[in-house]
Design a protein around this ligand. Structure first.
Ligand SMILES: CC(C)(COP(=O)(O)OP(=O)(O)OC[C@H]1O[C@@H](n2cnc3c(N)ncnc32)[C@H](O)[C@@H]1OP(=O)(O)O)[C@@H](O)C(=O)NCCC(=O)NCCS
Length: 177
């Protein structure tokens, strides 16, 4: 699959390279990042990000992308954003290094990814879920144009618990307005 690069005002979103693995490792190994996600193991295995980069490069397709977020100004890798499509619904995932939280980067990246999904894929909706205690994540989804649908407890074996989770959605018709 061809590499992808999307530009926003402050960010470059691009296909990860193997050289990105150390920077990714230090972000995903941080419990402040891992513990509010439904997918990042904690503790994160030593060297795990290398395998992750190879994996996401291998599975990349129009329906599935995992991109690194770098600052256009300095090239620093500050997070990741991506989506995976099932039955024409593209589910968002995102994380930002805690040293860069609260600066609007996740919202900027997610808005761009939502536009990419509707412009470049056949998806009929963008969906996402967040732990309701993760207010920053809920704010990101709202700023990216998704709307709250419902909430319910979800069991997450990877987090060894059950978490009240909110479900979010933006349909193609509503994106096009
Ligand atoms: C969720 C996450 C990606 C947000 O990244 P970020 O770049 O800091 O997000 P942004 O700066 O774009 O927006 C955060 C918004 O949340 C708001 N926010 C932060 N903490 C909040 C809180 N406790 N209550 C209410 N709002 C809060 C901020 O004020 C901001 O909104 P504003 O710009 O209107 O002020 C980041 O915290 C993260 O990586 N967390 C760990 C991984 C994760 O949880 N990923 C999502 C899984 S669903």
């Amino acid at each position: 699959m061809e590499a992808l690069e999307l530009l926003t005002r402050r960010l470059r979103l691009r296909t990860p390279q193997i050289d990105d693995a150390d920077a990714i490792q230090s972000i995903v190994a941080d419990p402040r990042v891992a513990l509010t996600t439904a997918s990042i193991p904690h503790p994160y295995p030593e060297g795990g990000a290398k395998g992750f980069v190879l994996h996401v490069r291998g599975v990349a397709s129009r329906e599935r992308r995992n991109l690194v977020m770098t600052l256009r100004e300095s090239d620093e890798l500050i997070g990741m954003v991506g989506y995976q499509t099932k039955e024409l619904e593209a589910e968002l995932a995102y994380m930002v290094s805690p040293t860069h939280w609260g600066l609007g980067y996740a919202s900027e990246a997610c808005k761009e990814i939502v536009a990419h999904i509707f412009n470049a894929t056949e998806a009929k909706a963008v969906i996402a879920r967040a732990m309701t205690e993760n207010k920053a994540s809920e704010a990101v989804l709202s700023k990216a144009g998704l709307r709250w649908q419902s909430e319910m407890p979800v069991e997450l074996p990877i987090r060894s618990g059950t978490f009240l989770t909110s479900f979010w959605r933006l349909d193609r018709e509503d994106f096009l307005g």
